[in-house]
Write a protein that binds this ligand. Sequence first.
Ligand code: PBG
Length: 336
Amino acid sequence: MTYNFLEEFPLSRMRRSRLTPQIRNLVAENNLNINNLILPLFVCEGSNIKDEITNLPLVFRYSIDNLLKLLEQVVSLGINAIMLFPVIDDSKKDEIASEAINPNNLICRAIRAIKIAFPDIIIIADVALDPYNITGHDGIIDDRQLVLNDETIDILVKQSLIQSWAGCDFIAPSDMMDGRIIAIRKALDHNNLKNTSIISYSAKYASNFYGPFRDAVGSRSSLKGNKKNYQMDFANSDEALREIAMDIKEGADAIIVKPALPYLDIISRAKNSFPIPIFAYQVSGEHSMIYFAAKNNAFDFISSYYESLLSIKRAGARAIITYLAIDIAIFLKNNQ
Ligand code: PBG
C-alpha cells in the first residue's frame, strides 16, 4: 500500500481511532474467528484414558472413547476441524513403519468412530511415519541414517489411502519428501477419492520447537540424529516459496507453514506470493513457551496466547492449528 498524501498532526490524530473498545473493534484490520481454528488431538489405545504429556501442559492423550466425549464439547463450541496424531505402542513400531499401513490401526479406528458420531467435523489426518517408526524419523532410513525419499513415498501413499478410506476429509503430509504431493494426489484420484483434500506441510522447518510433540507421540527418545536432511533449514525463506510453488503445482489444496510465530515472515511472503489458503501450525514448543512464561507470572496466559494467534492471522494465515483451540473458542465467545 502506498500513500498519495501525507498525514499531519494536528489534523490527524491517530489516537482518535483507539478511543473506546467499540471504535477499536470497528476499525480492527484482523480478527480471530472460531471458524479459523483447527484443534490437534493425540489419540492412544485403551479405554477411559486421559494422559498428561510431559512438557505439553493442558494437552492430553485420549483413548477413542474419551476423545468422543471431548468432541461433544468441541463441536458445541463451534470448532469444525481437528487434526489427529496417534500414539503407537512401542511393540507395534518397526523399521519400516508397518503399522502405518494397517487399515485397522489406531488412527483409522479413531477416524471411523469420529465420523460415525460427528459426520460434519473436518478430520485432518497426518501423513508421516514418525509415530510408527523405531527410528523416530518421518520416513525409512538408509545405512547412513538418511531418509530415503522415493521408498518412503510408496509407504506414504498407502498410508494416505487407508486414512482416506477410513473417512478423513483432508490428508496432511508432514514428512517433507520431494514429490509426495503428486504421488498422493494421483493415488487418491485413481482410487476414486477425488474429494479428499491435501493440505501440504510445504514449509516445514527442522525446528527445536517440536520437542513436546515428540514427547506426546513417544518419538523423542528414539529419534536418532535430527531431521535436517528433509525438513527445511531455518536460515532460509526463498526456499519456502519454491517448496510451496512445487506443492501447488502437484495438487495441494492448501499449504501449511510450521512453526508459526518464529516464522511470521514466511507466512507473510507465502500469503503475498500465492492465492491459496495458507494455514499456520502453532507448534507444541510455542504453546509450552507461552504457558511456562505465564505460569511464572511473566504475563497473562490467555491474552498473550490470543495476541500470538492474532499476530499469525495478521501475517496472513487463513486458519491456525493450535493446541489451545478449545480455551480460545471459549475466550472468543466471552469477549466478542
Ligand atoms: C511429524 C510431526 C511433527 C509435528 C507434527 N508432525 C514433529 C516432527 O516433525 O518432528 C510437530 C508438531 C508440534 O510440535 O506441535 N511428522
